[in-house]
Write a new protein. Structure first.
Length: 222
């Protein structure tokens, strides 16, 4: 059995924050030389780094993270390689997603969209400002395939929303979450997976009545 860590490293000075979210902070408050132990304080948005979005993130009556069935974020995953078409500030079309999926069965699987974007841009502001994104027709098609969750290594919404009313921003998030499909965002190391299907485990922190939570995601290769 081989385990591949699909989570980004959280380190001050080398992190990409969702615009408008608070800064990441990790600092020690007990030290071995003085206190004979080490303890640390962590301040983090629930959507920093590799994390899971619960439906409540954008759906007012949606499920919160502690009630999300673990079967949604643990199970067989299908790797969908989009690296040739996932270009900066370009939408992933329905034709492109169908070609990348080919004949793979997505029903009740975790669909993993691999763009290479996190590998290239993690730690920069460009992660959320220049990213490829999912077009609405593509999102609706993935929903129709009855995927149980969506994992990806790029922000799913168009980065250019400057002229969009606040209530209409982040339409792709709303399509998936509105159908009860959680997201596993900011995955990394997807290029290390040498097959189309594998076992994914992405367990978020169990936070009370929360919209999402940081997670440690791994691929298990038999």
């Amino acid at each position: 059995m081989k385990i591949i860590d699909l989570s980004v490293l959280l380190r001050k000075g080398n992190i990409s924050l969702v615009p408008g979210h608070p800064d990441f902070e990790l600092k020690d408050f007990h030290f071995h030389d003085k206190d004979f132990r080490s303890n640390s304080f962590l301040k983090i948005s629930t959507h920093t780094g590799t994390h899971v979005d619960a439906p409540y993130h954008f759906i007012k009556d949606g499920m919160t993270i502690e009630d999300l069935p673990l079967e949604k974020i643990v199970g067989k995953a299908i790797l969908i390689d989009l690296r040739k078409v996932a270009l900066s500030r370009k939408g992933i079309s329905l034709k492109e997603i169908k070609q990348a999926v080919g004949g793979k069965e997505l029903k009740e699987k975790i669909a993993i969209l691999h763009s290479g974007w996190v590998k290239e841009k993690w730690g920069t502001d460009e992660l959320y400002s220049q990213n490829p994104f999912i077009l609405p027709e593509t999102a609706h098609w993935l929903v129709e395939q009855k995927i149980k969750s969506l994992g990806l290594d790029f922000p799913m919404d168009n980065p250019d929303q400057s002229n969009v009313p606040i209530e209409k921003k982040f339409p792709i998030h709303k399509i998936f979450l509105g159908h009860g499909i959680p997201h596993i965002e900011n995955l990394s190391n997807l290029e290390l997976i040498d097959r189309n299907e594998f076992l994914l485990v992405a367990l978020p922190l169990k936070l009370f009545k929360c919209n999402g939570a940081p997670a440690r995601a791994i691929a298990i290769i038999d």
